[in-house]
Design a protein. Structure first.
Length: 249
């Protein structure tokens, strides 16, 4: 398998899948999928639909069904996380970055499945969604960067069973981008969540960084996920699945 690398959503995307019939078309479909999401949701593009909404040139109620549906999903996540996750910037601007990347990843996964690809791994800025296995039959293995040393890995985990999604939130990849209290007031500098789906993993990782220990306790008690957090002083906490990953390196 050869990784196919391209840029999208302000980060680097890497897709690994078997070569052969249909592979080139599958890669192009994935690239187009991310381009479509960028075109609609990017606030860095002045011509995107969400930018028009942010500038008041398009009413949210008059926006596309895709945008309104994504916004509604973000509001549900806000409610389910007690406000730790939010689709609004401090100035009130609607910012769907917290869910859109995950939605784009899932849409890309759907394209791959439609193309008949059952074994692949998609990495978008450090968040990973996979299916099936590597060519040698081994599970896909994901490494998570150490926030204190981006040249080193904090731990690595094999994606087995139903859990094929990993998301890490913090400032290691894209700087501080979480809408909450000052980064200096936060307990955690990084949170990694392993879940069955990438939207759950991505949203909950963000919520943990924004909400701190109380949100972490709620998430671990409510959702079937594995979590590892890194505090400002370097202390780590982990659920059993990721404690095992730390122990094995």
């Amino acid at each position: 398998m050869t990784p196919h690398v391209f840029e999208a959503m302000g980060t680097v995307v890497s897709l690994t899948l078997p070569e052969g019939k249909g592979a080139a078309d599958a890669v192009e479909a994935v690239i187009q999928c991310f381009a479509d999401f960028d075109e609609r949701f990017s606030l860095y593009r002045p011509d995107s639909e969400l930018s028009l909404v942010a500038r008041g040139e398009l009413a949210l109620t008059a926006s596309s069904e895709e945008l309104r549906s994504s916004y509604a999903a973000s509001l549900r996540w806000r409610d389910e996380t007690g406000g730790a996750f939010t689709p609004h910037r401090p100035d009130g601007t609607v910012d769907l970055n917290g869910t859109v990347k995950a939605l784009a990843m899932q849409a890309a996964a759907d394209e791959l499945f439609r193309g008949g690809f059952l074994d692949w791994c998609l990495n978008v800025g450090g968040d990973v969604l996979s299916a099936g296995y590597q060519p040698d039959g081994a599970a896909w293995r994901v490494g998570v960067v150490d926030p204190a040393d981006r040249s080193a890995l904090l731990f690595a985990i094999s994606l087995t069973g139903s859990r094929h999604a990993v998301a890490t939130s913090g400032s290691a990849e894209r700087g501080d981008h979480i809408w909450s209290a000052s980064a200096l007031d936060r307990t955690y500098v990084q949170a990694t969540v392993v879940a069955d789906d990438i939207e759950t993993a991505d949203v909950l990782a963000t919520a943990i960084i924004a909400g701190g220990p109380s949100t972490l306790a709620t998430i671990v008690g409510r959702w079937s996920v594995d979590v590892l957090t890194v505090a400002r002083d370097g202390a780590m906490t982990a659920t059993p699945g990721l404690s095992a990953a730390l122990a094995t390196g």
